[in-house]
Design a binder for this molecule. Sequence first.
Ligand SMILES: Cc1cc2nc3c(=O)[nH]c(=O)nc-3n(C[C@H](O)[C@H](O)[C@H](O)COP(=O)(O)OP(=O)(O)OC[C@H]3O[C@@H](n4cnc5c(N)ncnc54)[C@H](O)[C@@H]3O)c2cc1C
Length: 349
Amino acid sequence: MSVETKDIIIVGQGIAGSVLALELIKRGKNIIVIDNASLSTSSRVAAGIWNPVVFKRLTKSWMIDELTPCLNEFYSSAEKILGVKFLEERKIAKLFTEEQEINLWKKKVTEDMHDYLSEDILEMHEPTSSKYAIVKQAGNLDTSVFLTATSQCLKVKESYLDETFNHDELKINASGVSYKNILAAEIIFCEGHLVKNNPHFNYIPFKPAKGDVLTISCKQLDIDFILNKGMFIMPLGNHLFKCGATYNWQDLTDVPNPAGKEELVAKLKKLISYEFEVIKHEAGVRPSVIDRRPVIGAHPTHSQLKIFNGLGTKAVMLAPFFAKQLCDYLMEGKELNGEVDVKRFERIY
Ligand SMILES: Cc1cc2nc3c(=O)[nH]c(=O)nc-3n(C[C@H](O)[C@H](O)[C@H](O)COP(=O)(O)OP(=O)(O)OC[C@H]3O[C@@H](n4cnc5c(N)ncnc54)[C@H](O)[C@@H]3O)c2cc1C
């Protein structure tokens, strides 16, 4: 087998690995991505929603003013390069339960939230009777289309290997790493929750959360926004809707959980009075870290090994900004944001 020389090996092609691969290619790096999507992928299950607002206290999502311009620029440019559309700006209709919530909303609009919360309190009659208001600068990424288009692009460039990465075959040497017949200066692990199998980075305190999600068919439901009230209902077209999601910290398999389906169906029945049929039930495991921040940077003793992970519940928003930051760190020696730098866990390595 002839030796292949690459600048960087990426392991994993979920949202993290895909965004990072496209950013590295844009910056002229010769990369190879190794992925076996049949292992487990949270990204293909995700609704792909980006929501700039934390509903609990009606505050801005962490770093949102920096993340939003970056996500719009990154995915729009990726759409042009890959020749398919996967990003859609959509309104989120936040339904209110209590008067208190409405008062808080009105207060926040006059404070620092006016870029993201619309002023008007509206009345919804269908599919449910409720007061609501609109979240602006939100939307969703069709993750399946994005991931498929990215892997096709990588295959055309001969930069894709469809196999399970075997950690026992990774050799670390002074000038970089070698994996089977591939020599590279560095390797970046983007394995999502399967980082638990990575002997170099499994010391990081992940707190993964499984999520079940349903696709339903409902002929009478006619909305073009994402509806949110304790759960989301997102239109997919053709009377299909993605609905979710649950949080489970005990069952960390990605096998759809019947109790998760039951929970979602019960919530849906409360929210919409129409008949619906469950077409698909999926589950994935969110790669969240205990402090709920991404985890990015170099291994404490082998600087050739890097990690880009911990995107938790907000991969769509976080990935473009932090992929750029990781590239600036790799190529220009710029510092990583201390809140995301893997160095914060060095004391427990
Ligand atoms: C139900 C649900 C709904 C969600 N909704 C949203 C949402 O609306 N918006 C949002 O932003 N986020 C959402 N998320 C979170 C989002 O899905 C995750 O943050 C994101 O997918 C993580 O991406 P990743 O690339 O780090 O990991 P993954 O998507 O898990 O990708 C990791 C990839 O690495 C591969 N891999 C791992 N180990 C190996 C190996 N040894 N060899 C080869 N390949 C390997 C895996 O097979 C996989 O393809 C949701 C998650 C769930 C479960």
